[in-house]
Design a protein around this ligand. Structure first.
Ligand code: MSP
Length: 680
């Protein structure tokens, strides 16, 4: 029997136009949904737009439109973009829709009738941008989360008894460690909740752009309660037809960006518990796409639109890049150079080249029919490819199910490289020149082996690159890849005599002008707002960033290895400024510090980076007492891949001088420096 699988994206605010940050989450979910469908699961994939609240009301005002007009337009932009990119969501929910209003009011009534809503008065600082009361004192005091000025609000509000759920939530995170992934986010949430939960104001009466509170329409429902409820209202919760809700709820995964973890992992489960509803099975938070070192966002004016990349390189290139280049869960940088470099090395020279050379040779030497892999003509190198492919099928599935997309793709592309090498070593073109039986048999075996490996990579990569893989599949004469049952993927199923279709290049090589074209398109759209020289590298001359050859694939079609060589102009033993720029050094402030049990050397620290709190494990316990570090500003390598020390994940490294034979001394500053500042 098929399993059900329900996956959601956050619903996006309509105060900004869609950009690749939004596309990132939606693409990840689309890829996961596609894989589940290929595995035969009864899959439901939901996305939508978040349209209420003061922030949207003000954005509409600034645009000289009514909130409804404004939200209609921007919501339509999101829908149109997703359609253009071929995303396969099953539903698109808008919080201004009638079905959502009904569902939210039903949820409110349920929570109220269960005794978890009461009325009270409140005076405090409100952050309009975060739509949240915050701990800040005095008119205009900055929001501790985003730094924007807060507003003093005096309101009679409805409150949700969040404090009643503290113990249940702690139990949930402890008993179900996979409820929040990755582990760093879980730890943050756990310490937040352990710090104590205050009741939450869940209505507003200072503006009206929202869903009226049942039986008290002077108030509108707090935008986060309104928004979070989308995950159930879209399934028909509170409507006359709850059949989808009965079938798909609880969600298998809510996919979100790391900045909205608290809302999803604390408030949402508490609301559901209060309503007596089942909890989602898991919440997964990914990192941010950065552009020029900071989070891509409308307010920073550093966004990149997906349309530009889709127009120039195609949706598949963007999908592959985002999932391969960024380690899911961590922040990752976007640049046009990196995109084009990845495209050329992995797609044009990698999968595309493997497909075209293998299929062209089958066309040329075997009249376009998959040849028979003669047993007599087998060598250990054929068996090695078959074994590698079997391992890839297993490993790819495991990694993918853990949402380790980058590693899954790396594994599959390892097979592409292995087959490339295998082809070069076996020289099918030389075998093809010979007419003796032995050479023909050997040629048949080499081409069968290559084609079968190509089929396996194509099937595995289909959820990531639906269009290109559908084309390769059709060129292989295998029909509609959408009908392929992924549970049946095994080595050796490529049928002999399969008649190939017409062979065409799937990923034409991109030259340097492609980067410039995309940059121009973005400048004209008012997107990135960054002068081209700072992001181009290469030929733009005035660039303060020294271009490196690794980012500049040469013209023609060099083998991937050649394209990835370091620049010849950098003397031995030196690094380029680009290399240095890869190391993200930032100022962090120590929030907590404690000894790691069972070691003399290690301390576990939680440090504030301005945008997030991280756990680090550092070997400085012999030099510093934990208490003396609290509040101290230190320097950390912020983009070091996480690693585990004594079972604890360390997300970064403290920078310290390490005198020979002496104790480490932490790097610090004479002047005060804001938390999060980057060292360059
Ligand atoms: N409306 C709320 C979410 C409510 S869900 C019940 C919201 N909207 S948002 O428009 O700000 O979208 C936030 C989400 O968009 C992030 O959580 C993430 O999924 C995605 N991203 C937006 N910018 C992003 C980056 N620069 N990088 C990665 N993801 C980004 O918050």
């Amino acid at each position: 029997m098929s399993k059900k699988f329900y996956i959601t994206t956050p619903i996006y605010y309509v105060n900004a136009h869609p950009h690749i940050g939004h596309a990132y989450t939606t693409i990840a979910c689309d890829t996961i949904a596609r894989r589940h469908r290929m595995l035969g699961d009864d899959t439901w994939f939901l996305t939508g737009t978040d349209e209420h609240g003061q922030k949207i009301e003000r954005a509409a005002q600034a645009a000289g439109k009514t909130p409804q007009q404004f939200t209609d337009e921007i919501s339509a932009e999101f829908r149109a973009l997703w359609e253009r990119m071929g995303l396969t969501h099953d539903d698109f929910i808008r919080t201004t829709s009638e079905r959502h209003r009904q569902g939210v009011q039903a949820l409110w009534r349920k929570i109220r009738d269960n005794g978890y809503i009461y009325k009270g008065t409140y005076t405090g600082q409100y952050c309009v941008s975060d739509e949240l009361y915050v701990d800040a004192v005095g008119p205009g005091a900055p929001c501790p989360d985003c730094g924007r000025p807060t507003e003093t609000v005096h309101e009679e509000n409805y409150y949700f008894k969040l404090s009643a759920f503290q113990d249940q939530l702690i139990r949930l995170y402890t008993e179900q460690p996979d409820f929040i992934r990755p582990e760093t986010r879980r730890n943050e949430v756990l310490s937040f909740v352990r710090g104590g939960l205050r009741d939450l104001s869940i209505s507003r009466s200072t503006f009206s752009w929202g869903i009226p509170v049942p039986d008290d329409p002077k108030h509108v429902v707090y935008v986060w309660l309104d928004a979070l409820a989308n995950y159930i209202t879209a399934l028909g919760y509170g409507s006359s037809d709850p059949s989808k809700f009965d079938k798909y709820w609880p969600a298998d995964v809510h996919m979100i960006g790391k900045e909205i973890v608290r809302f999803h992992c604390v408030y949402w489960p508490a609301f559901l518990l209060a309503a007596g509803l089942p909890l989602p099975k898991g919440i997964t938070a990914h990192g941010w796409l950065l552009f020029e070192e900071s989070k891509m966002s409308k307010s920073r004016g550093n966004i990149v639109r997906a349309e530009t990349i889709v127009d120039v390189l195609g949706t598949d290139a963007l999908r592959y890049f985002l999932l391969r280049e960024v380690v899911f869960g961590q922040d990752g940088s976007f640049s046009f150079d990196a995109l084009v470099q990845r495209y050329n090395s992995d797609l044009a020279n990698g999968l595309g080249n493997l497909a075209s050379r293998t299929l062209t040779m089958i066309t040329r030497y075997f009249k376009g029919e998959v040849p028979y892999p003669s047993h007599a003509a087998h060598t250990p190198s054929d068996a090695a490819i078959a074994d590698a492919a079997r391992k890839v099928i297993a490993d790819y599935g495991t990694l993918f199910d853990q949402y380790q997309f980058s590693r899954a793709l790396e594994t599959a592309w390892g097979l592409v490289s292995a087959v490339d090498k295998y082809i070069v070593e076996n020289e099918p073109w030389s075998l093809g020149d010979k007419q003796d039986e032995e050479s023909r048999s050997r040629l048949a075996t080499v081409l069968y082996t290559s084609a079968e490996a190509l089929r396996i990579v194509t099937a595995l990569a289909h959820p990531v690159m639906p269009d290109a893989t559908a084309k390769i599949w059709a060129q292989m004469g295998l029909g509609d890849i959408g009908k392929f049952d992924l549970t049946q993927l095994q080595w050796g199923q490529l049928h002999l005599g399969t008649k190939l279709g017409e062979v065409q290049a799937v990923f034409p090589r991109a030259d340097k002008s492609v980067v410039e074209r995309m940059q121009k398109m973005e400048e004209q759209s008012g997107g990135t707002g960054v002068p081209p020289a700072t992001i181009a590298g290469g030929e733009t001359g005035a660039s303060p960033v020294q271009p490196s050859a690794a980012r500049q694939p040469a013209a023609g079609t060099p083998p991937p290895a050649a394209a990835a060589k370091p620049a010849a102009t950098i003397p031995d033993g030196k690094i380029s400024i680009d290399d240095f720029a890869k190391v993200e050094l930032r100022v962090a402030q120590v929030k907590t510090a404690e000894r790691v049990k069972g070691t003399d050397k290690l301390l576990r620290l939680e440090v504030d980076l301005g945008t997030e709190v991280r756990q680090l494990v550092a070997g400085i316990a012999e030099a510093y007492e934990p208490e003396t570090l609290i509040g101290r500003k230190i320097v950390i390598v912020a983009n070091l891949a996480p690693r585990k020390l004594r079972g604890l994940e360390s997300n970064g490294m403290i920078v310290a001088a390490s005198p020979e034979g002496g104790k480490p001394v932490l790097a610090s500053f004479l002047e005060d420096v804001p938390v999060g500042t980057r060292l360059k």
